[in-house]
Design a protein around this ligand. Structure first.
Ligand SMILES: [Zn+2]
Length: 299
């Protein structure tokens, strides 16, 4: 009989231990979204070199771009093996739908965000509860969202949404590991008239649900002093996406503007050379964020 090849073991962890350690140590873990092989390698190398725990985030759109959740899981897991990554790494679905969260868990993701913020509160609660039950079977962790987080994609300009601490408690009581609650933060780039984070609400939420990991979405463009204050008030996970995209684009633009891709002698058109400055720029950005968030050496 021909035997089936056994699937290699997952090297990923859920976020529970890293989040609890971060709550005790008052630092935040970087959630960095990945888009492809260069991103994944840059994030993993940055985490390993700085001995930081890390959460690799993938949106459903980015998973589709990378040919599906299974492919993303395999790429992260295999890259960890190949590069000898020993720091704790969680692979986390970012802003997952109900169906998407199920599929990501099936594919081996160690953590999922179920974003039920566009449902009525009761439906958000019911669906979040189902995802929490399902995730338990996989020993995976769950992030939920209450209220909504503002952003350009929602047509919101100006101040981001601010969550209701009572609603936060209702969702946290479902045993979610992480909660996304709006405190004036916004996805994408911040408008000039942005009023800043609402620290009063953040402190209230933290008081109400002290053992749930609070996450700050839309980390790009929040001034460093506000990031540090948010961490001191209990934020333990910060999502970074746009900044890495800009860093990658800028470095790639420079390579091409310097006409290095036209250097036939050096084969500057080779994708391994063409994409390298962008990859290094992502890595530098991730390390800068980990430094700011205080997670260096916390693996
Ligand atoms: Zn988000």
């Amino acid at each position: 009989m021909f035997g089936k090849v056994k699937k290699s073991k997952s090297r990923l962890v859920n976020v529970n231990e890293m989040i609890q350690k971060a709550i005790e140590g008052k630092y935040a873990i970087a959630h960095i979204n990945t888009n492809n092989l260069e991103w994944t390698t840059a994030i993993l190398e940055a985490a390993q070199e700085t001995n930081s725990p890390v959460i690799i985030g993938v949106s459903e759109g980015a998973a589709k771009y990378q040919n599906g959740f299974k492919n993303v899981f395999d790429m992260v897991n295999n890259t960890m093996e190949y590069l000898n990554i020993t720091v704790p790494v969680a692979l986390h679905l970012d802003h997952g739908s109900y169906e998407g969260a199920k599929k990501a868990l099936e594919a081996g993701f160690s953590s999922v965000m179920f974003d039920g913020s566009h449902y009525e509160l009761n439906e958000n609660l019911a669906k979040t509860k189902e995802i929490v039950e399902l995730a338990k079977k996989y020993n995976a962790s769950v992030e939920a969202e209450v209220g909504t987080i503002g952003g350009e994609e929602d047509g919101v300009v100006g101040q981001g949404e601010v969550a209701d601490p009572n609603e936060c408690k209702m969702i946290a009581d479902l045993n979610v590991s992480i909660l996304a609650a709006g405190i004036g933060n916004i996805h994408g780039l911040y408008p000039k008239n942005w009023k800043g984070l609402d620290f009063k609400v953040l402190a209230e939420i933290k008081d109400t649900i002290p053992s749930t990991g609070l996450v700050l979405h839309g980390g790009t463009g929040i001034p460093s002093n506000q990031i540090k204050k948010a961490i001191s008030l209990g934020v333990v996970k910060i999502n970074v996406n746009t900044e890495c995209q800009i860093a990658f684009a800028q470095a790639t633009r420079k390579y091409i503007q310097d006409k290095k891709d036209l250097d036939e002698k050096k084969k500057g058109f080779d994708p391994r050379k063409l994409l390298k400055p962008g990859k290094e720029a992502i890595k530098d950005m991730v390390i800068e964020k980990m430094k700011l968030f205080g997670s260096l050496g916390k693996a």
